[in-house]
Design a protein around this ligand. Structure first.
Ligand code: FAD
Length: 390
């Protein structure tokens, strides 16, 4: 059993290995990341010293088999790590999330053996990866992308500009989606692996953000990049399938990030409510404060059930797409509500940067936006329900 009392439901009970793993990640987050959260947020800069530690702990290759330097764990364990990191810092959590649930996932599922042997040992031990899909004109409608891959006989030539790319500043490996022939529509979309240093590939403007500010979000620009033919991942024209399928899984990671964020905000507020005194007693003695904390605990428990269920369905190779979308919607809404309510438990101090509440409040907003907005999740859920109840 985990130490937190709210983990009491059997459906959220973890195995001994999972418990130990989660506790280890939480300890690492508290001791190594915790003291740096405020400074990283203010400077909008990841402390680069954290990356080698995350690689050493196996957090950047959780599901990757040990023969490639990975930890040989489950998808569920990736979600537990993302959750555990987000309790301390949702910005660091998304670095781990993108690496595991999107980039490594692509190499595990779609890359050929040669590509796996080349890239997975790097992704598990030292190289951060980026997932480059979004463009200025194509967000929710991702397949309307303008990035082009031209067949030049012995190589591909890539042109285009991706925006809002997580981890781009630190990344050495970039999975870039481009269309080989716009006349084919989405059936022209193809996934390529690019490496930092390829002539014509550069990381552009870094965005200034409301939240998760230690995580870099940048443009990735391809200007006549010569890409070897062997750098196509999966089949030519099947990049759309790779994008859809990885994002279906990735959004469970974002749900896990939002769950951890809510848990972190909740635990901070509970501790504060025990210490802070007004009217001669701790504020936790007031029913108004008690109800606020009790409501947060209830929402978090419901979010945890949805998130763990979606992740376990995925590991069990059962249908999980509807459940993943539901988990992301609910966990991101929970993160927003809980972060806001818990901030109020601190009174005016909740508004002050010295306390973690205001950062959780800012960080929470991203959950409803990336890896498919809430509207796009609702569209997915409706489509699947419509088919299910025919
Ligand atoms: C911090 C951050 C990190 C990111 N990281 C990455 C990354 O690593 N890689 C990557 O490729 N992308 C990344 N993104 C991009 C992100 O996934 C997109 O921003 C997101 O998918 C939404 O696209 P958009 O911003 O173009 O919004 P739009 O698609 O323009 O949506 C605007 C509004 O219209 C609504 N809308 C659009 N279409 C519909 C519809 N059919 N029905 C109902 N409502 C609709 C949306 O819900 C939204 O409210 C990141 C974004 C941010 C902010």
């Amino acid at each position: 059993m985990t130490s937190s009392p709210e983990h009491s439901s059997p459906l959220t009970t973890l195995s001994q290995d999972e418990t130990l793993f989660q506790q280890e990640v939480e300890r690492f987050a508290r001791s190594a990341i915790g003291p740096k959260v405020l400074e990283m947020d203010e400077k909008e800069q990841l402390d680069l010293g954290l990356l080698p530690q995350m690689f050493d702990m196996g957090l950047m290759g959780i599901e990757v088999p040990t023969e490639y330097g990975g930890a040989g764990g489950s998808f569920f364990m990736s979600i537990l790590a993302v959750e555990a990191l987000a309790k301390t810092d949702p910005a660091i959590s998304v670095i781990c999330d993108v690496q595991n649930t999107l980039v490594n996932n692509i190499f595990l599922r779609y890359a050929n053996l040669e590509q796996q042997k080349t890239f997975l040992p790097r992704l598990t031990t030292k190289d951060v990866g980026s997932y480059c899909l979004t463009e200025s004109g194509s967000g929710s409608d991702a397949f309307a992308m303008k990035a082009r891959a031209h067949d030049e006989g012995d190589h591909w030539r890539l042109d285009g500009k991706k925006i809002f790319i997580t981890n781009a500043k630190e990344a050495n490996i970039f999975v870039v989606f481009a269309n080989i022939n716009p006349e084919l529509g989405y059936k022209g979309i193809t996934a390529f692996v690019l490496e930092r240093g390829m002539p014509g590939l550069r990381v552009g403007k870094k965005e200034v953000k409301l939240g998760i500010r230690a995580s870099s979000t940048c443009e990735v620009i391809c200007d006549n990049v010569r890409v070897p033919k062997q750098n196509v991942i999966g089949e030519i024209g099947k990049g759309y399938k790779i994008a859809i399928e990885t994002l279906n899984e990735g959004r469970i990671g974002i749900a896990g990030q939002m769950l951890g964020l809510a848990q972190g905000a909740f635990e901070g507020a509970l501790k504060y409510a025990r210490q802070r005194e007004q009217f001669g007693k701790p504020i936790k003695e007031f029913q108004g404060v008690q109800f606020s904390i009790a409501r947060a605990a209830t929402d978090i428990e419901a979010a945890r059930l949805l998130v763990y269920n979606a992740a376990r369905l995925k590991d069990a190779k059962q249908d999980f797409v509807k459940e993943a979308a539901m988990a992301k919607i609910f966990a991101s809404a929970t993160a927003e509500t809980v972060a806001s309510e818990m901030l109020e438990v601190y009174g005016g101090y909740g508004f002050i940067k010295e306390f973690p509440a205001e950062k959780f409040f800012r960080d929470a907003k991203i959950g409803k936006l990336y890896e498919g907005t809430t509207n796009m999740q609702l569209a997915t859920i409706f489509k699947l329900i419509d088919a299910q109840y025919r």
